[in-house]
Structure formats: structure tokens, C-alpha cells
Design a protein around this ligand. Sequence first.
Ligand SMILES: [Zn+2]
Length: 57
Amino acid sequence: MARQVMHIKKSRSWWDGSVTTLCGLKILDPERIWFPSLSGNVSCPACVAASENGARS
Ligand SMILES: [Zn+2]
């Protein structure tokens, strides 16, 4: 299987099980995304940038 871009999970909906990523995607199949700690996978640049910027709250 080709490399997958690994998005960073921001939040998870308990309503439908979907995951919102730091780059703003909503993914309905959360088994396909996880934290980019698995070797050999490319992290989503937008997610990484958002993570490095930090969450201003
Ligand atoms: Zn992303």
C-alpha cells in the first residue's frame, strides 16, 4: 500500500464516530488516520503547522 498522509486528530465526534483533524478535515473513517508516530508515514503539513502553532484558547 502506498504511503498515507497521517493527519493529527483534533477531536472526535461521539455522535457519528468521525474525526476532525487539525487541518480541518472531517474523516468518517477514523481507522485511516492516527497520530504520525508510525514510522514511514508522511505527516500532513497542514496538521503539523497547526500543531506547531499551538492551540490558542
Ligand atoms: Zn491534516
